[in-house]
Design a binder for this molecule. Sequence first.
Ligand code: HEM
Ligand code: HEM
Length: 408
Amino acid sequence: MHLHPQTVNKQALIFTRTFGLGGINALLFVLLVTTGLLLRFSYIPTPEGAYDSIVNLQNNSLFGSLLRNIHHWCAMFMVITAFLHLLRVFYSQSIYYERKRNWYYGLALFVFVLAFNFTGYLLPWDQLSYWAVTIVTSMMGYLPLIGGTITNMLRGGETVNGNTLLNFYTFHTALLPVLFVVFMVLHFLLVRKAKGVTVADINKHEMVKVNPELVSKEIILALSAVLFIILFSVFFDAPLLEKANPLLSPNPSKAPWYFMGVQELLINLHPIFVTLIVPLSLAILLIYIPKIKIDNSKVGTWLYSSKGTLIVLSSAIYSIILTSLLIIVFEYWLLLYQLNIPLIISTGVIPFLMYLIPAIGFVYQLKKVLKADKVEIIISIVTMVFTSYIVMTIIGIWFRGDSMQLIF
Ligand code: HEM
Ligand code: HEM
């Protein structure tokens, strides 16, 4: 009862308002903390002990495999549900005015979810985890000036070793949980301060009692989600390959799936662009968005206007075609690194502009033909950026084979 007010706007109870995604994220976090604490009873955070302790848990403990599976799948689902929740608040115009700060807290929570997943990934200490972490920490090394230092600090040495495992274990089970809880509490507090989630019609004030109207729906959703996770964990095992071997790198060596988009970008674009220019531009975009002053009556409106669906669909399709086409062109026809000019131009500026110019052209057309306003343009840009990342993730996971060559 301390989480909710006594009454809420009836419109807030409509499922398609929130899809319950914020609540599902909170539920997944609770499940992760509970199963994580139980895992700690048997987990040994050393290169000699980690892998064997997990095999031992799986083979010799009652429900050991189930426990590990639940932790693993909750973590994977949380990347997806946190991203979907981000999309829901963005596309339902729920990030402006008094909700602006909650967008920023949300972004921090999203970064923590990725950090949790990435630090957890190393803990099983098998071939998959060892080499995925090697790849991602090397990617960080491309950051100009400070990249090498960050990589060495994270790894606690030149290569991924026992110090890395201890670093990651401490982040994963001590520092990140505390940070996450603090930000989650602030996040909830701001939802309360904004008088609940956004509603479609701000002039309708029909209030209903939280208990049982909202609480009963939350319980049904939570129980269904738990049932789904348990069933999923019964049928699908968390992956565990052979024990990590620092002398034998698998071919291809891939990052964890949620970072495959970044690895794919590195194949096509100069590292300075991947580690600095692209993330910086993205950060500026995400920080800027909620600062826009939109018409108050549009707050809470799915896709903003009657043109919204057309804008989102056309931007997504355009971005799928543009991204896939560029990847194929760079792989087979336009071998940019062979041009006799500095690499930063041939593999940096040129491919970057080859994406940027058609994208700007598209947005310009939206403005001209559909008379799109500022918010609609932002919706188009964000849709293009996210769709490109999803396309690169899919190509990285399923269409890259030996030595990361494109395969069909
Ligand atoms: C207090 C909270 C937590 C504790 C004490 C904890 C503890 C652990 C331990 C001991 C392991 C190693 C066991 C294993 O790999 O099977 C592990 C693995 C892992 N954790 Fe956590 N964890 C916590 C929260 C989280 C959260 C919030 C996430 C994600 C959002 C997460 C994601 C992962 C992942 C992806 C793995 C690797 C699982 C695997 O594939 O085996 N953990 N965690
Ligand atoms: C991953 C952990 C997160 C948890 C546990 C969480 C939890 C919640 C909950 C329970 C709500 C209210 C109900 C709902 O909208 O579903 C909410 C609203 C909100 N969340 Fe999150 N959230 C998380 C991540 C994010 C992210 C990644 C963003 C965006 C970057 C975000 C931005 C917002 C905003 C702006 C609202 C207010 C929406 C409105 O008033 O309609 N949150 N969050």
